[in-house]
Structure formats: C-alpha cells, structure tokens
Design a protein around this ligand. Structure first.
Ligand SMILES: [Zn+2]
Length: 222
C-alpha cells in the first residue's frame, strides 16, 4: 500500500462510509475514485472545502453503492494509517491531549480550536506588552491556508494549528501579526519593524510554510 501522502486524511461520511479526502494542486474539479486496494477517495481541488467534498460524495451515492455491491467490505474498512489520533502532542505548549473519545475530524478540529482559544490570546498579550504593539482582540480560527492575520479593526486572527508548531514559530507568527498594527502591508518599513523585535524575521518568513507543513500531521491539514 502506498505511503500516506501529506495531503490526505481518512474521514467518515454521514452514511458511515470511510473515505479518503485528498487535496490536489492539479485537480480542477471534484472527483470520486474507487478501487479495492485504496477504497473510496474524494479528490479536492485547492478551491474546494471539506464540506464540498462531502456534498459531492453524497451526490455520487448511486455510483458508490454500485461499487459497494462489487466489493462489499470496501466502503466500511478504515485504513489504520489514516485514522484519527488517540492523542495529540501540542509542540507549542508541551501538552499531550487525550482525544481518543473524539469521534470525527470536524469535532477534533473544533476541540483543538477551543483549546487554542484558551492559550493563544494570552500569548498575544505577552508579546503586545513586550513590544508595545497594540491590538483589540484575538480570534482563534479554523483556517486552512493562513497562520494569522491582523484586521484594520485590530483583530488578531490565529489558526489553532499553531499549537502543533514549535513555540518559537508561534512567537514569530504573533510578532508578525502585531507588527501589522503599525504597517498594514509588507513594506520595507514593516520588515524593519519586525526585524527590530524579531531578529532574522525575513529569513524565517521565507522558510516558514515549508517547516510548518512538515510538522503538521495529515489529520490536521484538512
Ligand atoms: Zn503579514
């Protein structure tokens, strides 16, 4: 069996079918594949959400049931290497959360988002006090494509997945967003400010996504 790709996660449909969601950079449209070896796979183009994948799967119900008749066990068999974790190590805080009782991917993500909402606002407060860079409030969100943002109203939005990264990476994202309180762009002045409070910021920014991606487990990516 092929190794699990970084862009895949096993999940379960409302019908109870186990299937793999696979995000593809090249795919233009949603599609469903089935084979006895790999089971049911829903391929998502970059623009599609997980909910789009689920809706598309439901729309292909008749075709899937036809597959099911030809391979009666194929749709009910989870592949263990894709399964949801029983515990989650949060590198950012050094905690290990027991998530064995969390039944599905969406609930797991929401559980971790709530946990992050108890941790990250204090972290922002600490760096705000240390740098004198202000903000109004912190929101912790379930964003797939962004680590953080800073709105014109002073809202720092952070991705709960930061808890899966190292503490210095969380420091970097928070300092980056706080620096936007002075410069709402990535101008030379922005980088000058950020370098003054976080030496090496520009180099760190260039390598950030690659390093972060390598630390994210498959179940956290969709
Ligand atoms: Zn920025």
């Amino acid at each position: 069996m092929a190794a699990v790709s970084a862009n895949e996660v096993l999940t379960q449909s409302t019908e109870g079918w186990h299937y793999t969601l696979r995000r593809s950079r090249r795919a233009r449209r949603l599609r469903v594949q089935y084979s006895p070896e790999n089971g049911l796979i829903v391929v998502l183009p970059q623009w599609a959400s997980r909910a789009d994948g689920e809706a598309f799967l439901c729309a292909q119900r008749d075709w899937i049931l036809a597959c099911h008749r030809s391979d009666p066990n194929g749709l009910d068999r989870p592949r263990p290497e894709h399964a949801l974790p029983v515990e989650v190590v949060l590198r950012a805080t050094g905690e290990c959360l027991d998530v064995e009782s969390v039944g599905d991917l969406a609930t797991l993500h929401e559980t971790l988002r709530c946990h992050a909402a108890g941790v990250l606002p204090k972290w922002v407060g600490h760096h705000s006090a240390g740098t004198g860079l202000g903000y109004e409030r912190v929101r912790v969100r379930n964003q797939r494509s962004r680590w953080g943002s800073y709105s014109s109203k002073g809202t720092v939005s952070l991705n709960w997945r930061l808890l899966l990264l190292t503490p210095d990476m969380v420091d970097y994202v928070i300092l980056h967003e706080l620096a936007h309180s002075r410069h709402m762009n990535h101008s030379g002045a922005f980088w000058q400010l950020l370098e003054s409070i976080c030496p090496g910021a520009r180099a760190r920014d260039g390598a950030f996504d690659r390093l972060a991606y390598a630390l994210l487990p498959a179940w956290s990516r969709l």
